[in-house]
Write a protein that binds this ligand. Structure first.
Ligand code: FAD
Length: 345
């Protein structure tokens, strides 16, 4: 059945999730299409990292913050689809947008907010046969809970900033930190590399993981190869963390008769109101560039508000240009009363 939405948001990261919340606040029928199996965007890549720089939000891990974002986004019950990669956007003769997802389904919308960040990002995995059976247990492509690594032998594979930062962080948490990387030098901040080299961590340069051994779905040994000498060694491990960077899928095609200007770096060219060069298609978050753009979570939230207000005016030119503050929003009245009743006991 052809169900028409006011706005369809491509991407369920911070910009898309906050757009969904704000769009609900402005009374619009809203849909989110997210390619990954879960919502949260890039924040899900750093579940254990502390976030310090969101106004009014005490320091919080990425994992908790992503959960909070999702909870807030669902306030006005938008329609949410995960595992739906949008591959193509076109416009029909009724001025409605048609979005085709990778399963072949079509989604109809009066307006679109592109909140697709830097594309669909997935960690690069080890190309080792059979290693996937350890994933979800003690082979990790995202940082597991710090608690689970306490007093454990942790091997980190990778020589970039993320790998080195986590190796340093784990020095005081793990029983032993073993760092392996292919190159002769780590490509990370010098100060962090120095800290590691002056610690009791085992650093194995020019080394790669050749295979992982274990019982059932738990690994307990890494077989390593020195790529210069060919020497094979073995290390007993409790956990292996792999930080080999990310695959980025930016493939989102837009019909030739829609004019989407991009900067030379591939960002959508827009303005602070979230407008792109194509009427009816708006953008928010890491994917848009304009003068004064802030590439942080708070910037994504501001973009979301502006993009949603622009959508509202695009659909209904008579609507106020901005929403009232949430304390004056009638949709919150009942919830406000409930909170006061709870406070009074
Ligand atoms: C390691 C790291 C640490 C960071 N720490 C901080 C910090 O401490 N403070 C801070 O303010 N910022 C931080 N940031 C930046 C912050 O995470 C980003 O600014 C923010 O996530 C941008 O949100 P977004 O929604 O624009 O994009 P994203 O978070 O990238 O979300 C985009 C979403 O769109 C989906 N998508 C992409 N293409 C499609 C498609 N075709 N169809 C459907 N879905 C699609 C993706 O799967 C993704 O879920 C950090 C970033 C990184 C990488």
């Amino acid at each position: 059945m052809k169900e028409l939405f006011d706005v369809t948001i491509i991407g369920g990261g911070p910009a898309g999730l906050y757009s969904a919340f704000y769009s609900g606040l402005r009374g619009m029928k809203t849909k989110i299409l997210e390619a990954q199996p879960s919502l949260g965007g890039k924040v899900t890549l750093y579940p254990e990292k502390m976030i310090w720089d969101v106004g009014g939000q005490p320091p919080v891990t990425g994992g908790v913050f992503a959960k909070q974002l999702v909870e807030q986004a669902l306030t006005f019950q938008p329609t949410v689809f995960t595992k739906k990669k949008v591959g193509f956007i076109e416009k029909d003769s009724n001025n409605q947008f048609i979005l085709t997802t990778d399963d072949g389904n079509k989604h109809y919308s009066k307006a679109v907010i592109l909140a697709n960040g830097g594309g669909i990002i997935t960690p690069k995995r080890l190309e080792i046969e059979g290693s996937s059976r350890f994933e979800g247990n003690n082979l990790h492509y995202k940082m597991p809970s710090i608690k689970s690594l306490h007093n454990k032998v942790v091997m980190i594979s990778g020589g970039g900033n993320a790998a080195i930062d986590w190796a340093v962080e784990l020095l005081s948490i793990a029983k032993k930190v073993i760092l392996v990387y292919r190159r002769g030098e780590a490509g990370a901040h010098e100060a962090q590399v120095d800290k590691l080299e002056n610690s009791n961590a085992t650093i194995l340069k020019n080394t790669v993981i050749r295979s992982l051994e274990g019982v059932g779905s738990y690994l307990d040994e890494a077989v390593l190869e020195n790529v210069w000498t060919g020497e094979i060694t073995k290390e007993r491990v409790d956990h292996v963390l792999v930080h080999h960077g990310y695959h980025q899928d930016n493939s989102l095609d837009i019909s030739d008769n829609l004019l989407m200007e991009r900067t030379k770096d591939g960002f959508y060219h827009g303005n602070a109101q979230g407008c792109t060069s194509q009427e009816g298609i708006f953008a928010a978050g890491d994917n848009i560039f304009y003068e004064g753009k802030v590439n942080l979570l708070v910037g994504a939230f501001q973009d979301a508000v502006n993009a949603v207000n622009s959508v509202k005016n695009y659909i209904d030119p008579a609507a106020p240009a901005t929403a009232m503050v949430s304390s004056h929003n009638e949709q919150f009245d009942e919830r406000n009363h409930e909170i006061v009743r709870e406070m009074l006991g």
